[in-house]
Every structure is written in structure tokens, then in C-alpha cells.
Design a protein around this ligand. Structure first.
Ligand SMILES: Cc1cc2nc3c(=O)[nH]c(=O)nc-3n(C[C@H](O)[C@H](O)[C@H](O)COP(=O)(O)OP(=O)(O)OC[C@H]3O[C@@H](n4cnc5c(N)ncnc54)[C@H](O)[C@@H]3O)c2cc1C
Length: 409
């Protein structure tokens, strides 16, 4: 398919049904979208239209108010966004949906990614037959929501060794004690997937903890500078009792978490590629619309330079992720590749966001013009799913054979 047949998003305010085809090239310079088969390509275009026309314009106000647009969930479900993990989609298609979602709004793309990679994926791969039957159909159409509860107040980067939440077996039940921090959607979810250390054998296990269990409380974390639509929460677990049937039988130790995190790190790489396309969309539109010194900004060399740099960063990220999807599809993905992709694409995204913000001048300082919203969101991509530094250390360890995570060792 030629580039021009792949529609280019425009800013919500300038997009109308009578908007003529832009005279400039589409952003798919590396022909990545063309790698999809025709059915997936068509489906992606429909999803892109929904995300650009419906979700993106609404997201700005919800982001400013730190609220979640619950009314959009049924529409997101109607476009299959709740079921990507198990509907037979190719890794490339799923990745490009994550790209288009992040291009429209990073918070809602986080909702879609965590839901698919870490909730549906975890229950599908590691849950019991009964757990799958009970939760997967409702998760698939967003009538049920889950949260992924791994990080703790005192253990972020060192969670693998430091995880302090405990689970103690008492007869046919488990008693869970501890605290979790930063848990996405926990205030609105039906359940959290809680990672806890078995007090008898010291191994990490995982449990479905329904939000109405006595002793479970989730408190929203406010005043975030990014991902403001996502309702992140502090969770307290005070002698919460769950039946043995709520334990995920596939989780025997932390290796299960690492396997999930490998793929969810790849998802953040797609998010980083997508947000850079969003940054480019906004920057190019602004440069064409705004005039100074009697000329459109886009006519100045020093404005075309950051536009070219942002697009170059976005394409480098997209191409890297497309190669990662090829490895994913062959079943050979290793943590070092996911960590390298996540750290590299988020580093580039941070650079692109800074250039995009500067290009909007003063209007890059207010979220009304969208760019500042993306500028804040990129900071979260840089930090969650393993910080930039931790993912770089994973790469460094693989390349030198020396683990540098703990100083003095
Ligand atoms: C918006 C948001 C959403 C999130 N959503 C979820 C979620 O849904 N579920 C979930 O379980 N978690 C979630 N997280 C948690 C996230 O994964 C952690 O924030 C992240 O792993 C970092 O942990 P930390 O914040 O405790 O930072 P720390 O581990 O305290 O790190 C602080 C700084 O020290 C650096 N550092 C730490 N150790 C080393 C080292 N050995 N060498 C060099 N530098 C080091 C880090 O890179 C960082 O710069 C979310 C976080 C955010 C901000």
C-alpha cells in the first residue's frame, strides 16, 4: 500500500470530514504498517480512526482533571481493545495497536496495555481453568477490570529479591499482609493480581484478590505529572483472606513475573514509539498553523530541524520494535532484547518530547495544546516497567557478564 493510503491523524480541532488529503507524506517512512496482512491493516485503520476522533479529543479534559472516562470502555471493547492478547492477533498488529493508542492518549494506552499484557495475559497463561472461565470473558469486553499489584512502597527496582508482602496458608485459605504502591486502575478494578511471598517456603506466589475482600483498601495517588487519567493507587492488605482457588497455579516463583515483564517491557517500547508519533503530529500541525515574522513556523530551518529529529527518533523506535515483534513471533524473545528496546525507545521519546515542547513555545507549557500532556506522560514511560537505569543494567549485565545492580559486588 502506498504511503498516502495510510491516513495521517490531524489535531482534533482541525479534523473535519471535508479536510483535504495533506500535501505532505504520511509518517510511515519505514513502511511498517504495510507489513500487516490486509485484514489486520484494515482493522488497524478503523481502530486508529476511533482513537483519533473519539478518544484523543476527550482525553485532554480527563487528563487535566485526573479522572477516568468510564463511558469510553464499552466503545474500546467494541473495537476489540480488551481482547488483543488472546484473539489471535499477530505480535506486530498488537504492537501497532499499542502505537496508535499511545499516539492518541498515553494513559488509555497504558490501560489497554496493562489489561492485555499483565491481566488477561497472566490469567490466560498462569491461571486455573476455573479462573479463566470466570474472568476472561468479562475482561475481554471490559465489563471486568483487573490490576497488576507487584511494586511496593519500600521495593521498586529491587522487588524481585525484596518483595515483602506475605501470604500464609491457613487450611483452605491464604492470609495476605502487606502494601503495594503505584498500582494502575486499582481503585476501579474488580480484583488485583497480588504478588506475595509464601511464609512457608519463601517463594513468590500470586493471588486474585477481589476488591471487596475485608482488609483490602486502594487509595488513589493524586498530583501525578503524567498518566493522569490512569488511576494509580496505594493498596493496603491487612489480613486479607482468599481461598486457595484464588491462587494462580502457574506462578511457582518470581520467574513467572519475569516472563510477563519481558513482554510488557516490549509493550512500553511500542508506547514510546506511539507517543513520538503523537508528538510529531502535534508539532507538525502547530508549525504549519502558527506564523511568526510573517511566515509559518514550518518555513524556518530551525523548526524543520526538530521536526526531522522527532520523526527520525520515532522511526528508529518503530523499526526497532518491528524487529522485536519478529523475534517475539518466533518465540525467542529474551529479557535483554526487551530491556534494550524499552530503555532505548523511552530515551528517544524523552528527547522527542523536549523538542516538541520547545517547538510550541509558550503554548507548549499548557496542556490545552496537548504537547505538555505528552511531555509529562513520557516521564512515566521512562520510569515504569523497570526504570531506564535498571533496563540499561540488564543490557550491561548481558554484554559484560557482570551484574552491577548492587554496589560493591
Ligand atoms: C505512573 C506509574 C504507574 C505504575 N504502574 C504500576 C502498576 O500498575 N503495577 C506495579 O506493580 N507497579 C507500577 N509502577 C511501579 C514502577 O514499576 C516503579 O515505579 C519502578 O519499577 C521504579 O521503582 P521505584 O519507583 O520504587 O523507584 P526506585 O527503585 O526507588 O528507584 C529510584 C531511582 O534509583 C535508581 N536505581 C534503583 N536501583 C538502582 C541500581 N541498582 N543501580 C542504578 N540505579 C538504581 C532508579 O533507576 C531510579 O532512578 C508504576 C509506576 C508509575 C510511576
Amino acid at each position: 500500500m502506498p504511503l498516502s493510503e495510510s491516513p495521517t491523524p490531524a489535531t482534533p480541532k482541525s479534523r473535519t470530514s471535508s479536510t483535504p488529503e495533506p500535501a505532505f507524506m504520511d509518517v510511515d517512512l519505514m513502511h511498517v504498517w504495510q507489513l500487516l496482512d490486509p485484514a489486520e491493516h484494515q482493522r488497524l485503520l478503523e481502530i486508529r480512526t476511533f482513537l483519533q476522533e473519539r478518544l484523543r479529543p476527550e482525553s485532554i479534559d480527563y487528563w487535566n482533571r485526573e479522572e477516568f472516562p468510564h463511558h469510553l470502555l464499552p466503545e474500546m471493547a467494541a473495537h476489540g481493545l480488551g481482547n488483543l492478547q488472546i484473539d489471535g492477533s499477530s505480535d506486530l498488529f498488537k504492537g501497532l495497536v499499542y502505537v496508535e493508542a499511545a499516539r492518541a492518549d498515553v494513559s488509555l494506552s497504558a490501560m489497554v496495555g496493562i489489561h492485555n499484557e499483565l491481566i488477561v495475559g497472566m490469567i490466560h497463561q498462569l491461571g486455573s481453568k476455573e479462573q479463566k472461565e470466570k474472568w476472561l470473558p468479562a475482561l475481554g469486553n471490559f465489563t471486568a477490570l483487573g490490576a497488576f499489584a507487584l511494586t511496593e512502597p519500600d521495593h521498586g527496582s529491587d522487588i524481585a529479591g525484596g518483595l515483602a508482602t506475605t501470604a500464609t496458608r491457613e487450611g483452605d485459605e491464604w492470609v495476605i499482609n502487606g502494601a503495594k504502591r503505584w498500582i494502575g486502575a486499582a481503585t476501579m478494578a474488580d480484583f488485583s493480581l497480588v504478588w506475595a511471598r509464601d511464609t512457608s517456603d519463601g517463594e513468590i506466589k500470586a493471588f486474585i484478590v477481589e476488591s471487596d475482600r475485608p482488609g483490602f483498601t486502594a487509595t488513589k495517588i493524586s498530583h501525578k505529572i503524567g498518566l493522569r487519567i490512569m488511576q494509580n493507587a496505594d493498596i493496603d492488605l491487612e489480613a486479607v483472606r482468599v481461598p486457595e482457588s484464588n491462587r494462580l497455579p502457574g506462578v511457582k516463583n518470581f520467574a513467572a513475573a519475569n516472563e510477563l515483564l519481558k513482554h510488557s517491557r516490549a509493550w512500553v517500547g511500542w508506547q514510546a514509539a506511539g507517543v513520538q508519533l503523537g508528538i510529531f503530529d502535534i508539532a507538525r500541525d502547530y508549525a504549519l498553523e502558527r506564523s511568526q515574522f510573517g511566515t509559518a513556523l514550518a518555513g524556518f530551518q530551525l523548526v524543520q530541524l526538530p521536526l526531522a529529529e522527532i520523526l527520525g527518533n520515532a522511526m528508529a523506535s518503530l523499526s526497532l520494535m518491528t524487529d522485536l515483534a519478529r523475534i517475539q513471533s518466533s518465540g525467542d524473545l529474551e529479557m535483554v532484547q526487551a530491556a534494550m528496546a524499552k530503555s532505548t525507545t523511552t530515551r528517544l521519546a524523552r528527547e522527542s518530547a523536549a523538542k516538541g515542547r520547545a517547538l510550541l513555545g509558550g503554548n507548549g507549557i499548557t496542556t490545552d495544546h496537548e504537547m505538555a500532556k505528552l511531555f509529562g506522560d513520557v516521564e512515566v514511560l521512562y520510569t515504569y516497567e523497570g526504570t531506564y537505569e535498571i533496563n540499561s543494567l540488564i543490557v550491561g549485565r548481558a554484554m559484560t557478564g557482570i551484574s552491577a545492580f548492587v554496589s560493591g559486588h
